[in-house]
Design a protein around this ligand. Structure first.
Ligand code: SAM
Ligand code: DTB
Ligand code: SF4
Length: 329
């Protein structure tokens, strides 16, 4: 790889170029991704994020992977929107545990202009005041709602494309790929950073994975954060019986994302609870530089490694949690 290739940030990748990178022998690919990673990031740092489900279950969307959909038969207990104080208490705990980003998730199809959204805006202001990067994932947004979140101090908005445009309809029928792209565009009109990625292990083909990466890497600019989720198989959902994802597939997905989107933070997200420290070490070598960690062993509703095991892992690997650079504006 030439020095120019190492430093070029491009949004004009062709599908053929993505395939060429994808098809590299795995260790060659990891080596290349690692070089890109080192050219753009401090390879000893990992961003630690904490997730909190602020409104759980009862979601009208039919996402085939999700425990929170009313269309799925999971055992989940529905919980209404949390109170502000409880959220702020969780944010302070997250900060004490070394997290630099706090992400609030709501099982909503879209944000509605009502008292609940006003409460979420208060949560954004409050978590910002705790001194953390505030992220939210609340479903679809209008441009006006994105503006309100920006004014409240939101740092990032998570809205995943999940899979390829072609495979999308196999997983979700209650909204379109274009709906997702429209919300991402609404966020882009503000200063809020975009967190957008997907899930592997839903029965999609390699072509679908490449297509998702191509879509993400041809957004201009690239999403600042790219979560790579491995399906957490939830009993009672249509995807409960999917095959396990070999770690090599996760490593390949991360490495190609790293090569295509050099400046983005690539987050090793759902599914990490089933990975050994050495599996995760390979993912960090391949360019992952962010994780979700939890003090309750839970992501939103599914299992997560906790802060103490993650601290032990980072220590063993000679990695350290990324500090907040400066208080976000
Ligand atoms: N309702 C909002 C939405 O869908 O955008 C926000 C919450 S939703 C749970 C956030 C993301 O989590 C989804 O887009 C999906 O990519 C991921 N996710 C949900 N359930 C998952 C599972 N069982 N395994 C892996 N990722 C999952
Ligand atoms: C993302 O890409 N992964 C996180 C976060 N963004 C919101 C969510 C993972 C959810 C895993 C399933 C659960 O805990 O319910
Ligand atoms: Fe609802 Fe989000 Fe779950 Fe889909 S992923 S069912 S939109 S909570």
């Amino acid at each position: 790889m030439s020095a120019t290739e190492k430093t070029a940030i491009r949004s004009n990748w062709t599908v053929e170029e993505v395939r060429e990178i994808w098809e590299l022998p795995l260790m060659e690919l990891v080596q290349r991704a690692s070089e890109v990673h080192r050219a753009f990031h401090d390879p000893t740092e990992v961003q630690v994020c904490e997730l909190l489900s602020i409104k759980t279950g009862g979601c009208p969307e039919d996402c085939g992977y999700c425990s929170q959909s009313v269309h799925n038969d999971s055992e989940l207990q529905v919980q209404p929107l949390m109170q502000l104080d409880d959220v702020l208490r969780a944010a302070r705990r997250a900060k004490a545990n070394g997290a630099s980003r706090f992400c609030m998730g709501a099982a909503w199809r879209e944000v509605k202009d009502n008292a609940q959204f006003d409460r979420v805006l208060d949560m954004v202001r409050g978590v910002h005041d705790v001194g953390l990067e505030v992220c939210a994932t609340l479903g679809m947004l209008t441009p006006e709602q994105a503006k309100q979140l920006e004014e409240a101090g939101l740092y990032a908005y998570n809205h995943n494309l999940d899979t390829s445009a072609d495979y999308y309809g196999e997983v979700i029928t209650t909204r379109t790929y274009q709906d997702r792209l429209d919300t991402i565009a609404a966020v882009r009109e503000t200063s809020i950073t975009v967190c957008c990625g997907g899930i592997i292990g839903m029965g999609e083909s390699d072509d679908d994975r490449m297509s998702l990466l191509h879509t993400l890497a041809t957004l201009d600019p690239h999403p600042e954060s790219v979560p790579v989720n491995v399906l957490s198989k939830v009993e009672g959902t249509p995807l409960a019986d999917q095959a396990d994802v070999p770690v090599w597939d996760t490593v390949r997905m991360i490495a190609v994302a790293r090569v295509l989107m050099p400046t983005s933070v690539v987050r090793l997200s759902a599914g990490r609870h089933l990975m050994s420290f050495s599996d995760q070490a390979l993912c960090f070598l391949a360019g992952a530089n962010s994780i979700f960690s939890s003090d309750r062993n839970i992501l939103l509703t599914e299992p997560s490694p906790n802060h103490s095991s993650d601290k032990a892992m980072l220590r063993a690997l000679g990695l350290r949690p990324k500090a907040l650079a400066a208080r976000p504006a």
